[in-house]
Design a protein around this ligand. Structure first.
Ligand code: ATP
Length: 927
């Protein structure tokens, strides 16, 4: 039957009822075998069928994106101002205001485009992989390289990478909510179902976009790319995420209200000027236009978006990929990080360091996965071949094993679970060849490892036809399942005390302990009932998995940042404790085990959990209960996870963090952030960046608002005094759109302040515009008014023309901005330091650009015509710069006094307790 018809990319699906065909018919029609395609054939088909990608949602056209930029209140205000000035025949103003509106839209358009592209690129770093059989070998390939006919292996937590007709299932359940809306996972079989069966009931299929919730299976790819079922559901296509977080949203709403308030204020000023000061309506209109454009922070939205995008990019550079932008806000207030142990805090590069049997304790030498090393007993080297029990134990560990060792250019690596790889290395060191052993006693069946039951078992057939089970798993579990122990070559009743003591000994050294056991059976297949009792324990393996060096530093940094670290591990309590000690993360020595947690009510758990740092032998359900317990205490939780069952806990945590390398797709989908290197240090780096983004947003606001405030109040001061406007609306627009935006943009690139990880976490409900910030905005606004209006009236009084006085005022404003920029870079530390004055590249570039533009503004004849400026002579230039220096000095003195007051308060109040329950120095609230 040759139904196999290559489809050209983009050609519509041939709508085969794959679910109704038998597995063999599907294999035939897709020209495939149960051993997978060859690499060459797969490449050929990739050329024929095209990549396994869904068509991207059509991006908004650039014109639409550009026009959307005009759809905001600020632009409406500007456009109204343009109409008003046109009506009054102030054509120059009209042209400039319109130009500003267009420039603003262009900036928004360009920045938004760039930021969106950067985020898109970051997301692409998370492209999923699929496990296939190619050339009869298990391989991980990018999901987009899958072709029809590929044999895909499915495991719990995998995202189904294409439409697959299942050919083999073992307890496979698939969560198809994304396609069918049904949240309960569906049991799958290999039997065909009638052609008319609706999608939700096609039990012989696994559709792209769904998640494997349990079991193991294999199947043939029948459709890829746009022909997949998911391709027909338009809502599934990747939506473009809005570049915003709740915090930005909050600030933008604030900016909108501010605009409304400013418009109202402008009306009041208009009436005041008209009625009480007797100004001409036409003049007053111009004043009001000036006031409106002065007070509205035009550049703010663009700067906030850029700051956020830069933060996200920086996090990506530190191996933390943000999947959901609001996480950036939350990171800054994380007070507890719940971390897995293996692979996150430890290196996950394992090596068997010791083996215990009923009669001996062996030490094993060597480095990494290189299968070279010696076994010794009490310091004396031994020949493993002379010890049948040691050989049988290592054989069991090598056969009950799904990994493979490989030597790539002299470097030994593991395909699969690192712990299993280490067991293979130990077996080779003992003189066994795992491939030969597997050939001698072929595997017939398997119960895969699952964190819920903590063991793995395999069924093998000996050449004699006898069947034997090998099992490995957590010692407590395995010891319970055993009735006997092997001693020499004989079995005898198990001495549980002996094995428990050996386990504790190994664990106390920080080794991960694994027990291996065996049983002869007559079973044809492996069921749980076959392994629950009556096994014979062969020995224990102690695996060395040292802490990551960088995790030790990160743990200490998090602690000084007032963040508590909780190790939540599936491993043994003793091992966890030893590793925690090496990492320096223990405050209390208590360990709560999964069993202890089960015995506690939610209320008691909420009371006890904050005081405990190590949770051992836990399963994913415990993680969920723990997150809830911490949250009850008002904590903000970041939680790591990798398995399919971790998804609920990751969703519940304030910031769910999935492992990028060893994590399942299910965990990644549930998480806010993904670590590309699975390393705890990257969480610490992300928190640092999260705090920095928050600081920089705050700095941008604290920089921009006083400038606008200063301009607006200088105009109001002029009205109150009945004098001419110190700056014209056009000049204000120039300052707002050129100098303010240029300088504030530099703040988006600010590095973290030195004490960023020495402050306690920001309370989650802390308002961004705290009392301190409001004070600072008011204080600096007042200084700006003084500077602008002071220079204006003083030079006017001393014989300068109105145009000259205004040019001095505008230049004073810009000089003050430049000096203020240097001051605002450090909100809580002096700016008058070598590093402070040197600035950053972004600051220097911004200042240089602004200075050049300001020189053009002041001295270029065409600018003179447009902005009514006049050249500034040397003496006035010195005076103007002097104003900037005075502003800087006043702000430094204010900062100095503030720091003194805080120190004084700190020494009289003592220390305060952070939300994490740790003693941390008090800091200035709301900064
Ligand atoms: P963490 O949660 O910190 O990553 P973990 O990797 O030790 O710790 P699990 O993967 O849940 O947590 O493993 C729990 C226990 O199950 C391990 O300590 C080990 O004893 C046992 N175990 C782990 N992997 C296997 C495996 N492949 N086969 C048999 N037993 C295993």
């Amino acid at each position: 039957m040759a139904i196999f018809q290559p489809r050209k990319p983009g050609q519509p699906t041939n709508l085969q009822p794959w679910h109704a065909l038998s597995a063999d018919d599907v294999l035939a029609s897709r020209n495939a075998t149960r051993h997978g395609l060859s690499d060459q054939e797969a490449r050929k088909r990739l050329g024929q069928f095209g990549p396994n990608q869904l068509p991207q949602r059509k991006a908004r056209s650039p014109l639409v994106r550009f026009l959307v930029q005009f759809n905001n209140l600020l632009i409406y205000v500007l456009l109204s101002a343009a109409i008003l000035t046109a009506a009054l025949a102030h054509w120059a103003d009209t042209v400039v205001i319109l130009a500003v509106a267009v420039v603003n839209a262009v900036i928004g358009f360009v920045q938004e485009g760039k930021a969106e592209k950067a985020l898109q690129a970051i997301k692409q770093m998370l492209s999923p992989h699929a496990t296939v059989l190619r050339d009869a070998q298990r391989k991980s390939v990018p999901a987009e390289d899958l072709v029809p006919g590929d044999l895909v292996l499915l495991e719990p937590g995998d995202k189904v990478p294409a439409d697959i007709r299942l050919t083999q299932v073992r307890g496979v359940r698939i969560q198809e909510a994304a396609l069918t809306g049904e949240s309960v996972p569906v049991d799958k079989t290999v039997d065909p179902v009638p052609a008319s069966t609706p999608l939700a009931d096609r039990t012989s299929m696994a559709y792209a976009g769904s998640l494997v919730a349990a079991g193991q299976g294999a199947g043939i790819v029948v459709e890829t790319g746009p022909s997949m079922e998911v391709g027909r559901i338009s809502s599934m296509l990747t939506e473009v995420e809005k570049l915003a977080t709740p915090l930005l949203h909050q600030i933008n709403i604030f900016a909108r209200w501010l605009t409304v308030a400013i418009l109202l204020l402008a009306c009041v000023v208009f009436v005041f000027g008209l009625v009480l000061r007797g100004f001409e309506p036409a003049d007053m209109f111009m004043v009001v236009v000036g006031l409106a454009v002065a007070a509205i922070p035009e550049g703010l939205p663009a700067i906030l978006t850029v700051t956020l995008a830069i933060g996200v990019q920086r996090m990506a550079a530190r191996n933390a990929i943000t999947r959901r932008l609001p996480a950036v806000d939350t990171l800054g207030s994380v007070s507890i990080i719940c971390s897995d142990k293996t692979g996150t805090l430890t290196r996950n590069e394992m090596m068997v360091g010791s083996v215990a049997t009923a009669d001996h304790s062996f030490l094993v030498s060597g480095t990494g996965y290189e299968p070279r090393g010696k076994f010794s007993v009490e310091g004396r080297p031994i020949t493993p071949g002379h010890n049948p029990l040691l050989l049988e134990a290592t054989r069991a560990a090598a056969l009950c094993n799904d990994s493979a060792l490989s030597n790539k250019a002299g470097h030994w690596t593991v395909e699969g679970d690192p712990m299993e790889g280490a067991l293979l290395t130990a077996a080779v060191k003992a003189g066994l060849d795992p491939t030969v052993e597997a050939g001698l006693v072929p595997r017939i069946d398997v119960i895969p490892f699952d964190a819920a039951h903590r063991f793995m078992a395999t069924l093998h057939e000996r050449p004699s036809g006898e069947r034997v089970i090998y099992l490995k798993g957590a010692p407590e579990q395995v010891i319970d399942m055993c009735a006997r122990q092997r001693n020499g070559e004989n079995d005898q009743p198990i001495d549980r005390k002996y094995w428990n003591a050996r386990t504790e000994e190994m664990a106390a050294q920080g080794q991960r302990v694994l027990a291996v056991a065996t049983k002869v059976t007559t079973s044809q297949e492996l069921r749980f009932s076959d392994v629950e009792t009556d096994l014979t324990i062969l020995g224990l393996f102690g695996l060395i998995d040292p802490p990551r060096e960088e995790a030790i530093a990160a743990v200490s940094e998090c602690q000084s940042a007032g963040i508590r670290i909780k190790m939540i591990t599936g491993d043994h309590g003793g091992t966890a404790q030893a590793i925690a000690r090496q990492l320096g993360l223990i405050n209390k020595t208590d360990v709560l085990t999964g069993r202890d947690i089960d015995a506690l009510s939610d209320e008691i758990l909420a009371e006890r959990a904050p005081d405990v740092d190590i949770f051992a032998r836990t399963s994913p359900e415990h993680k969920l209960r723990l997150v809830q317990a911490f949250q009850t205490n008002g904590h903000v939780i970041a939680m790591t996870g990798d398995g399919v069952n971790d998804a609920p806990a990751l969703k519940q945590a304030n910031v769910g963090i999935a492992m990028g390398r060893n994590g399942t797709e299910a965990a990644k989908e549930a998480a806010e952030m993904v670590l590309t290197d699975d390393n705890f240090a990257s969480i610490d780096a992300a928190v640092r960046e999260g705090r920095t983004v928050y600081d920089n947003l705050k700095k941008a606001i604290v920089f921009l608002l006083p400038v606008n405030g200063g301009e607006a109040f200088a105009i109001i001061a002029a009205i109150l005094m009945g004098s001419a406007m110190p700056i014209t609306p056009l000049q204000i627009l120039w300052v707002n759109m050129v100098s303010s935006v240029g300088l504030a943009m530099a703040l988006a690139f600010e590095p973290a302040e030195a004490d960023i990880m020495k402050r306690p976490p920001r309370p989650a409900d802390e308002p961004m515009l705290s009392a301190f910030l409001l004070w600072r905005i008011a204080f600096v606004s007042a200084l700006f008014v003084l500077g602008i209006y002071g220079i204006f009236s003083w030079t006017l009084a001393n014989g300068s023309t109105l145009e000259e006085a205004r040019t001095y005022a505008v230049n004073t404003l810009v000089v003050m901005e430049v000096f203020y920029l240097f001051s605002v870079r450090y909100l809580r530390a002096p700016s008058l330091t070598l590093i402070g004055i040197r600035g950053t590249r972004a600051v220097l570039i911004a200042v240089a650009v602004v200075v050049v533009l300001q020189l053009v503004f002041t001295y270029a004849p065409f600018m003179e015509a447009f902005f009514e400026t006049r050249p500034v002579d040397f003496i006035h230039a010195v005076e103007i710069i002097g104003v900037g220096v005075v502003l800087f000095a006043i702000l430094e003195i204010e900062k100095w006094i503030r720091i003194r007051i805080i120190r004084h308060r700190r020494s009289s109040d003592g220390r305060t307790v952070s939300p994490g329950g740790m003693k941390t120095p008090i800091r200035e609230r709301g900064q």
